[in-house]
Design a protein around this ligand. Structure first.
Ligand SMILES: Nc1ncnc2c1ncn2[C@@H]1O[C@H](COP(=O)(O)OP(=O)(O)OP(=O)(O)O)[C@@H](O)[C@H]1O
Ligand SMILES: [Mg+2]
Length: 222
């Protein structure tokens, strides 16, 4: 198991205290492509935010790579996240003022474990993997949505994380680009042994994942 979440309860306090996640438990195996689907408002993003360790304000327990997330100091948690977790969002959040290559290099430069030369080398290999090598020098805002999402996947992989968490990664793409992005995510699990967790509305995605879980009103359907 790479990820174990047990009885996660999440409350939001605004406008009044209300419970958004109810005793959500799940386990994810190494090399698995798991999709989580559910209606808008069912709690997918809230859950992924917790699973990606960005939100530690929850009840219950979360272990990633056998590490109890709640026992880490904020600094140790940031390090842990940089090392083990990559993210892909519906709206890619590439930095428009940087070119494609720079966008991919950035998380590795922040992590500061490799020289800039090594990072550049790795970033170019990843760009090749996602079929975007000829766009390395292009400012990211001059790409189509599908191209930007492929760059976002390369960026998520630059620190060689074991776990990739993707929230609606194809939410604003047409079916052709959805297929390209999904195939890439699947390849990562099957060829690189990565683990991918995707929140999605897209039936083609959840039907073609290794396993699918459904969320209903903040609970995992059994
Ligand atoms: N910061 C917040 N404060 C208060 N309530 C919130 C907050 N963020 C989300 N919620 C509420 O939590 C519930 C779950 O939201 P969440 O974003 O996790 O749903 P989702 O399944 O990702 O939906 P979608 O498919 O539309 O992205 C919703 O009722 C939402 O209104
Ligand atoms: Mg969401």
């Amino acid at each position: 198991m790479i990820l174990q979440a047990q009885e996660i309860n999440k409350f939001f306090k605004d406008p009044e205290r209300h419970q958004v996640l109810h005793k959500v438990s799940l386990e994810v195996k190494k090399g698995e492509l798991l999709s989580i689907y559910g209606e808008s408002g069912s709690g997918k993003s809230t859950l992924l935010y917790i699973l990606s360790t960005l939100d530690t304000d929850f009840k219950g327990s979360l272990h990633i790579k056998d590490q109890d997330i709640k026992t880490l100091s904020p600094l140790a948690l940031t390090d842990f996240r940089n090392q083990y977790i990559g993210f892909v969002y519906q709206f890619h959040y590439l930095l428009p003022e940087f070119n494609v290559l720079q966008n991919i290099m950035l998380p590795a430069m922040k992590f500061a474990q490799k020289s800039n030369e090594e990072i550049k080398h790795d970033a170019l290999l990843l760009l090749e993997d996602v079929g975007m090598k000829e766009f390395a020098k292009r400012p990211s805002y001059k790409l189509s949505g599908g191209q930007q999402q492929r760059v976002a996947i390369a960026r998520a992989l630059i620190n060689d994380p074991a776990l990739i968490i993707a929230d609606e990664p194809t939410g604003n793409l047409d079916q052709k680009n959805t297929d390209i992005v999904f195939d890439l995510l699947k390849e990562i699990t099957e060829e690189k042994g990565k683990t991918v967790v995707i929140a999605t509305h897209n039936s083609k995605i959840y039907k073609n994942s290794h396993r699918t879980l459904e969320m209903i009103d903040g609970s995992m359907r059994l």
